[in-house]
Design a binder for this molecule. Structure first.
Ligand code: HEC
Length: 109
């Protein structure tokens, strides 16, 4: 059936364009990642309201400092203290995601 083929092709096209666009948004959107990767559950809204006084605020630092801390906690260079709470949360982040989240946090006053 020709019409069935056209419908299937159209649906496939929609799925593919949705996948491509959501991927590019995902790669660049630090704000979305901050929520999706559950950072906010400990560091609070916009990194400003940590859930306990012993947890750091993470907004307003330079992007370079923030990205470096996340990478060092991820690879174990920065260990001890309360890093255990954080390490598992950043284990699966890519460098690109770390950069995007750090850029987002650094821009929040
Ligand atoms: C389970 C709670 C928890 C989650 C979830 C969490 N963190 Fe953390 N994070 C911490 C704690 C606790 C520390 C302080 C570690 C220490 O004592 O050295 C920390 C430290 C940091 C630091 C270093 C701050 C500084 O001033 O040195 C940054 C940046 C950071 N977290 C970002 C993130 C990001 C981004 C995410 C999400 C991908 C995230 N955290 C998820 C608990 C968490």
């Amino acid at each position: 059936m020709k019409s069935g083929y056209i419908v299937k092709t159209a649906i496939l096209g929609l799925i593919m364009s949705a996948a491509v666009s959501s991927q590019s948004v995902f790669a660049a959107d630090g704000e979305k990642l901050y929520t999706e990767k559950l950072c906010m559950t400990c560091h609070g809204t916009e990194g400003k309201e940590p859930i306990m006084p012993l947890y750091p605020k993470v907004n307003g630092q330079s992007k370079e400092y923030t990205a470096a801390q996340i990478k060092m906690i991820k690879d174990g260079t920065r260990a001890g203290g309360l890093t255990a709470a954080m390490k598992a949360m950043v284990a699966t982040l890519t460098d690109e995601e770390i950069e995007a989240i750090s850029e987002y946090l650094s821009a929040i006053e």
